[in-house]
Design a protein. Structure first.
Ligand code: ZN
Ligand code: FE
Length: 259
């Protein structure tokens, strides 16, 4: 039985910790300190590190962790990350034997050019996704290195995962993303309800992550390029009807950049 715990880092990062039978793996340790504190407190043994992309708030803790625990480090082969021992591309599978877990690697370029996500179909019954800065609660990552077409294609790969899949992204951005989702679809009951729910959770100091693919499909404007409401919102920004999903996604992303 694997537990998934959140460690907080910086202002709004989550470092996800997979824990079972005295072993832990960590996802995107931007800072070593909270991971080291957990290991000292619990007596757990670090068995692996998974990285989604090269940004410092995701890999900044690698050197210090590796200096104490020389464990395998999984990461994207298309990015130059010091310390990655197992470079991965989309479609590959990894095993974490100490935890009895397996993940499929999904290539999700857009936020960065080599960004990868880890999908564990059996973890937490319904499956889990660790997607870094690609899909957020009600949002998606900024396009620093990829094109809108790449990001839309990447998000489309995540959108077809089983609806109950738990989504563990790397930032707590849901509440501010909900304000934008409401601007895109002000009449959506699902968006209104989620917005109220998220506000209550945050006011109580609780995380809004994990979310689920099903929730994102209903309320995340960056997965809803086929919905008439979202296409209409894109059309009003563009001044013409978007030709396809990529044009809709691009218009929504540009809008959010200025929101
Ligand atoms: Zn990032
Ligand atoms: Fe980040």
């Amino acid at each position: 039985m694997t537990e998934i715990l959140a460690l907080h880092a910086f202002d709004d990062n989550y470092i996800w910790l997979l824990r079972g039978a005295g072993h832990v793996a960590v996802v995107d340790p931007g800072d070593a300190a909270p991971v080291l504190a957990h290991l000292e407190r619990s007596g757990d043994r670090l068995c692996a590190i998974l990285a989604t992309h090269h940004h410092g708030d995701h890999v900044g803790g690698l050197a210090e962790l590796l200096s104490r625990y020389p464990v395998p480090v999984f990461g994207p082969e298309l990015e130059n990350i010091e310390g990655v021992s197992h470079p991965l591309k989309g479609g590959e599978h990894i095993k974490l034997p100490e935890l009895g877990l397996e993940f499929e690697v999904i290539a999700v370029p857009g936020h960065t050019r080599g960004h990868i996500a880890y999908y564990g179909p059996s973890l937490r019954d319904n499956g889990t996704l660790f997607c870094g800065d690609t899909l957020f609660g009600a949002g998606c990552g900024r396009l620093f290195e990829g094109t809108p077409a790449q990001m839309q294609d990447s998000l489309a790969k995540l959108a077809v995962l089983p609806a109950p899949t738990f989504v563990y992204c790397a930032h707590e951005y849901t509440q501010s993303n909900m304000r934008f989702a409401l601007a895109v679809e002000p009449d959506s009951i699902a968006v209104q309800k989620r917005s109220e729910h998220v506000a209550r959770e945050r006011a109580a100091g609780r995380p809004t992550i994990p979310t689920r693919i099903s929730i994102e499909l209903e309320t995340n404007p960056f997965l809803r390029w086929d919905e008439p409401t979202v296409r209409a919102a894109a059309a009003s920004r563009l001044g013409h009807v978007p030709a396809d999903a990529v044009e809709t996604f691009t218009a929504i992303r540009e809008w959010k950049n200025r929101f």
